[in-house]
Design a protein around this ligand. Structure first.
Ligand code: ZN
Length: 331
């Protein structure tokens, strides 16, 4: 994926106002206390596969969710209301990019949902939530409607389900769910990928937050495939070996065989910016063997409740362990 630089500006986090999507630009972190209820070590929680899949369907019903479009705004509203209701602290990081075709400004929004927001050492779980403008790998309808059930909605649905359990598990660190915008505002070869994760990573590098730091991160992408097989991703193994191994070790111990403990693909994804720019060791959980990738057939019917559930179980368990130490020097 080739990249061209496009202008980004205005660094800020905004506290989301009570009425979703009314924009108030205020700097920095809203801190509200969330009591993390104690619970047992070995996951007494039960991911609800049908509910998780229901979220995926709900997101898909919005239609395409391309950065800067009405569909994306509706999705943001859904996300903000959902996580607020479940006690997450929701913030937005907004910035503009030039539209790759017209050059007009496109409003971009990374959303951050924090659990135990006062914890200094934090882990981030992230996904992209925008959808590609067109299903350009579709042989018959490359200009058709792209729903992005697996490539777009699956990560969001997973986090929506995990949110039900965040207060009943005891994560080792504070946890942030981050929804990156602009992963693929891509119309043609040469258009830039990873806009949201790059913006976020540069913000983290250039203005390190005073009251928290990220210990490590996990990216999920395309994790709802019916034929789930998540091989170790090569860039993850190179750049974040400990994080990568620890996630697959957790899956192995839990008997979740869909996490295959050998490398297969080398994938360029949002985790690159987190590793290379923000220096947050981050692995990518991605099932790259998805026949409907970037086609009109990437719909809810190609996805599976059981797959979402398996990834959710592993991640909830992993959050309670995270055998990674904070960086030696504080930021
Ligand atoms: Zn994609």
């Amino acid at each position: 994926m080739l990249r061209r630089n496009r202008g980004t500006r205005n660094r800020e986090f905004s506290v989301i106002p009570d009425e979703p999507l009314k924009r108030v630009v205020v700097c920095l972190l809203a801190v509200c206390c969330i009591a993390a209820n104690a619970s047992a070590q070995e996951l007494p929680v039960r991911i609800n596969p049908r509910r998780a899949y229901g979220y995926l369907e709900e997101i898909c019903r919005i239609g395409p969710r391309v950065s800067g479009t009405e569909g994306m705004l509706l999705q943001q509203q859904l996300i903000i209301e959902h996580f607020r209701k479940l006690g997450g602290d929701v913030r937005a990081q907004r910035f503009n990019v030039a539209h790759p075709q017209t050059g007009n400004p496109v409003r971009m929004t990374n959303l951050v949902v924090s659990w135990n927001p006062t914890a200094r050492d934090r882990v981030l779980l992230c996904c992209h939530y925008d959808t590609r403008p067109f299903p350009d790998r579709d042989r018959f309808r490359p200009k058709g409607k792209f729903i992005g059930a697996n490539d777009g909605a699956s990560g969001v649905a997973l986090f929506m389900e995990m949110a039900h359990h965040m207060k009943s598990i005891q994560p080792r660190y504070g946890v942030d769910f981050i929804f990156f915008d602009g992963e693929e505002l891509v119309y043609q070869q040469g258009d830039k990928y990873f806009l949201g994760s790059e913006y976020f990573s540069k913000w983290y590098r250039d203005t390190p937050p005073k009251n928290f730091r990220y210990v490590c991160g996990v990216l999920v992408d395309m994790i709802a495939d019916k034929q789930l097989a998540i091989y170790v991703e090569k860039n993850s193994l190179n750049m974040a070996p400990n994080v990568t191994r620890s996630v697959w070790a957790t899956a192995k111990r839990m008997g979740v065989k869909e996490f295959v403990g050998e490398p297969k693909y080398e994938v360029r994804d949002d985790h690159l910016a987190l590793n290379e720019i923000a220096k947050i060791p981050t692995c990518d959980i991605i099932d790259f063997d998805y026949p409907y990738w970037h086609t009109t057939r990437d719909t809810a019917s190609a996805c599976s409740a059981a797959s979402l559930s398996k990834v959710g179980r592993v991640l909830l368990q992993w959050l309670t362990e995270v055998p990674i130490k904070p960086p030696a020097s504080g930021s």
